[in-house]
Design a protein. Structure first.
Length: 339
């Protein structure tokens, strides 16, 4: 039987991370026709990474029996600071060999001038949730992505808040502790990321273990395991006192950050995604984590935004980035057609 032909137009979404690249062929309704994952090849440089990306696109097109001629536009998402209008990576910490690289124009030229858009990875994931995910019925969204650090995307009436200098939505770097704050990788003190990011979680845990705190994590480290957010999460699921304490403190800090954004933007929804969500929705620990965030917001937020803002987990998981940036490419086409 011939595979079902989805309704065009079709878009390519490319979500580039420090280790892996996700490529998806997405239709006009946001459905994924084909998906391919490859490696970024950071040590080998940008040309090696691009070679893998082009091959992944070819493989995905083959899987859904499409050609590049049938693709209307391409979307690319990367982490780190960037020049969105210029289509360049400025200072991507996990892609050092890509610094200053004009990725949008390079990919555009490779495919004969195909319309290509460029976006921050957190913004792209936010748009994915806004387009077809957990915020599909919302007008405005704050989307937190929790990983090694903390990313954020803000959308109001279908517009991604990029800011004048492509730094809009860098809310992981809002300051929540003015005096004697923890040092962030950004060089700033007291940021939300310095208190609630995955890297911070590991650092705070190690400090407590070094100070003599009892924990099943001591046994795991003595057995040769590496201290990671996942290991801490697993200890929390076993009701380890230290792990639970640290996870709840991360939630408390995220509640403070969320309150700040609710008072600034007054969104319909606040969603949380990423790798460090402690099991997520339906997991006992993930549910406790979310409940602690909500409790902190309730204590701090004005009554009207608290009563009317949905705070929950995102729906699309690791697919949000490539789906979202394909959606950004689609949106660029729609706007061009309207002008």
């Amino acid at each position: 039987m011939e595979p079902t032909k989805h309704q065009g137009p079709y878009f390519v979404g490319i979500d580039i991370g420090g280790t892996n690249v996700k490529v998806g062929i997405v239709d006009d309704a946001g459905q994924t026709l084909a998906f391919c994952k490859t490696t970024t090849e950071v040590p080998q440089g940008v040309e090696a990474g691009l070679k893998n990306i082009y091959q992944a696109i070819d493989d995905a097109l083959d899987d859904c029996q499409l050609t590049m001629d049938e693709i209307k536009a391409i979307g690319i998402a990367t982490p780190g600071t960037m020049d969105i209008p210029g289509g360049k990576l400025v200072d991507p910490p996990n892609l050092p060999t890509w610094k200053g690289f004009p990725i949008r124009q390079t990919v555009c030229d490779h495919y004969g001038g195909k319309r290509t858009v460029y976006q921050n990875d957190a913004n792209a994931a936010a748009y994915g949730e806004y387009w077809i995910g957990g915020a599909r019925d919302a007008h405005s969204l704050v989307f937190w992505t929790l990983g090694t650090g903390i990313g954020c995307g803000i959308i109001i009436d279908e517009m991604i808040i990029e800011g004048r200098h492509s730094h809009g939505g860098e809310c992981g770097h809002i300051v929540i502790q003015m005096d004697d704050g923890r040092l962030c990788d950004s060089g700033q003190y007291g940021t939300l990321e310095a208190y609630a990011g995955g890297k911070s979680l590991v650092k705070r845990c190690q400090e407590q273990l070094d100070a003599g705190r009892e924990s099943i994590l001591n046994d795991k480290l003595q057995q040769g395991e590496t201290l990671t957010p996942l290991l801490i999460s697993e200890a929390g699921e076993q009701n380890d006192e230290l792990a639970v304490e640290l996870i709840m403190e991360s939630a408390r800090c995220l509640g403070v950050g969320t309150t700040n954004l609710m008072h600034t933007i007054d969104p319909d929804m606040v969603l949380f995604g990423g790798a460090v969500t402690f099991g997520g929705k339906g997991n006992a620990q993930g549910d406790r984590f979310m409940q602690r965030i909500r409790e902190e917001v309730k204590q701090r937020a004005f009554q009207v935004p608290y009563d009317n803002t949905i705070i929950d987990y995102a729906e699309l998981g690791a697919d949000a980035g490539y789906i979202g940036v394909a959606g950004c490419a689609r949106l660029a086409c729609l706007k061009a057609e309207q002008n």
